[in-house]
Ligand binder design. Structure first.
Ligand code: SF4
Length: 363
C-alpha cells in the first residue's frame, strides 16, 4: 500500500545497544487487554516466561486499550531487554509476539502516512543534516491498522494539502526560523478563517497563490518566559536536562544570540536546518495543526512556538556544545512534546505566566 513518508523514513534503524537513552528505559510500556492475554500464553523460553510472569501487571485503572503494563527493573529498564540492547521477547518469540507499542515505536502509522517521532535518538540524529525534509510516496507492507481519529477539524477535505502548505513556510530559508514560524502562524490564521467560513475560493487562493507577508520585527525577551515554561512543565523525561539548563541559565543569564548560536554550531554546524527538520518532522508526525485533540488551531500554533523556544533553550543551556548531549536533550524534550497532551497544556501555562506567545519567537 502507498504511504506518504518523510524521506528519512526508509533509512530509520533502531540503534539497539548503541542507543544512549533507549525507549525501553524510563518509559512505561502499557498495552491492551487482548495483548495482555496474548502475552500470558505466548510461546517462549522458560527464562523469558519467568521475566514476563514477574513483569506483567494490570494498570491501576484497566481499560480495554490500556489494560496492563510491564513493570520496570530497579534501573528503570524493561526486564525483557537483553544486555546487547535487543528485546529478549522478540529474540525468543519473534516480532509478532511484541505489544504494538514495542513493535512500532518510534513509528506513527496514520491513514496513508507514516513517520517517526523525534523522541527517538536515531531519528534526531538522522535529521541533523543540511537538506530539508522531502515527502515521498512509498509502497510499505505494514500489517498494522492505522490509528483512527477521535477528533475532527473542519479542513474542507484538504487536510494533507493544508499540512504540507504550512510545512513549506517552515522550510522557507529566506527567513530566520523565528520569522518562518511567525509567517506560518499568520497564514494559518487566514486559513482558519477561510475554513470556518467554508470559503472554498479563499482556501484555494491560500493554498496556491504566494502568501504575501512582510516579516514583522519580533520584539521582547523570550528567555524568562521559556525559563518559567520549563519550571512549570516538569516531566520525568526531561527532568535531567531541564535541571542542567535552568541551573546553567541562572548562572550565565543571557549570553547573547551570537554566543548561543556559536554553542549550537559547535554541537552541529547545520543546527538551524537540524531545528527546521525537527520542527517539520514534529508537525508531520503530530498531524499539525489537526492534532487529535480539541485544541484550537491558534493554540496549536502557539504550542508549536513553545516547542521551538524550548528546543533552543534546552540545547543551548543543556547541550553544552556537545553533539550527543544536544541530541539526547532534544530526544528527551520530544518525549514530553510528542507523547503527552503538550499542545493542550502549553497555552494555558503561557497564559498563567502572562506571556504573549509570539515573544517566544525572539529566542
Ligand atoms: S530510542 Fe530509538 S534507537 Fe533507541 S532503542 Fe528506542 S527505537 Fe531504538
Amino acid at each position: 500500500m502507498k504511504y506518504l513518508v518523510p524521506d528519512y523514513y526508509p533509512y530509520f534503524h533502531c540503534k539497539i545497544s548503541q542507543c544512549r537513552t533507549a525507549c525501553c528505559t524510563g518509559w512505561p510500556v502499557s498495552f491492551s487487554m487482548s495483548e495482555y492475554f496474548r502475552l500470558l500464553g505466548v510461546e517462549c523460553s522458560a527464562p523469558i516466561r519467568r521475566k514476563l510472569d514477574i513483569a506483567l501487571h494490570l494498570t491501576d485503572h484497566p481499560t480495554k486499550d490500556d489494560y496492563a503494563m510491564l513493570l520496570h527493573s530497579y534501573d528503570g529498564s524493561c526486564p525483557l531487554r537483553l544486555s546487547d540492547g535487543r528485546c529478549g521477547l522478540q529474540a525468543d518469540a519473534g516480532e509478532s509476539a511484541l505489544p504494538a507499542v514495542c513493535r512500532l515505536y518510534p513509528r506513527g502509522i496514520r491513514k496513508g502516512e507514516c513517520s517517526c517521532a523525534n523522541s527517538c535518538e536515531a531519528v534526531v540524529e538522522l535529521l541533523a543534516r543540511a537538506e530539508p525534509i522531502r515527502f515521498v510516496s512509498l509502497d510499505l507492507d505494514i500489517d498494522y491498522p492505522s490509528d483512527t481519529r477521535v477528533h475532527f477539524f473542519e479542513n474542507a477535505g484538504r487536510e494533507m494539502e493544508i499540512r504540507l502548505w504550512l510545512i513549506r513556510f517552515i522550510q522557507d530559508r529566506r527567513f530566520s526560523l523565528g520569522h518562518r514560524l511567525f509567517i506560518m502562524g499568520t497564514a494559518l490564521k487566514s486559513m482558519d478563517e477561510a475554513l470556518s467560513d467554508k470559503d472554498g475560493k479563499r482556501i484555494e487562493e491560500l493554498l496556491n497563490e504566494p502568501y504575501q507577508i512582510a516579516p514583522q520585527p519580533l520584539k521582547g525577551n523570550a528567555l524568562p518566559i521559556v525559563q518559567r515554561l520549563f519550571e512549570l512543565m516538569r516531566s520525568d523525561s526531561i527532568e535531567h536536562y531541564t535541571g542542567i539548563a535552568l541551573d546553567r541559565f541562572s548562572a550565565e543569564k543571557d549570553i547573547g544570540e551570537k554566543a548561543a548560536d556559536a554553542r549550537l554550531m559547535q554541537a552541529e554546524p547545520n543546527w538551524e536546518s537540524w531545528f527546521e527538520n525537527l520542527l517539520v518532522n514534529h508537525m508531520f508526525f503530530s498531524q499539525f495543526p489537526f492534532q487529535d485533540r480539541p485544541v484550537s488551531l491558534q493554540d496549536e500554533t502557539y504550542a508549536l512556538y513553545a516547542v521551538y523556544a524550548m528546543l533552543k533553550f534546552l540545547t543551548v543551556w543543556a547541550g553544552s556544545g556537545d553533539k550527543e548531549q544536544t541530541a539526547d536533550a532534544i530526544a528527551a524534550l520530544f518525549r514530553l512534546v510528542d507523547h503527552t497532551a503538550f499542545d493542550r497544556y502549553a497555552v494555558p501555562v503561557l497564559h498563567k505566566i502572562g506571556a504573549d506567545p509570539r515573544i517566544l519567537l525572539t529566542i
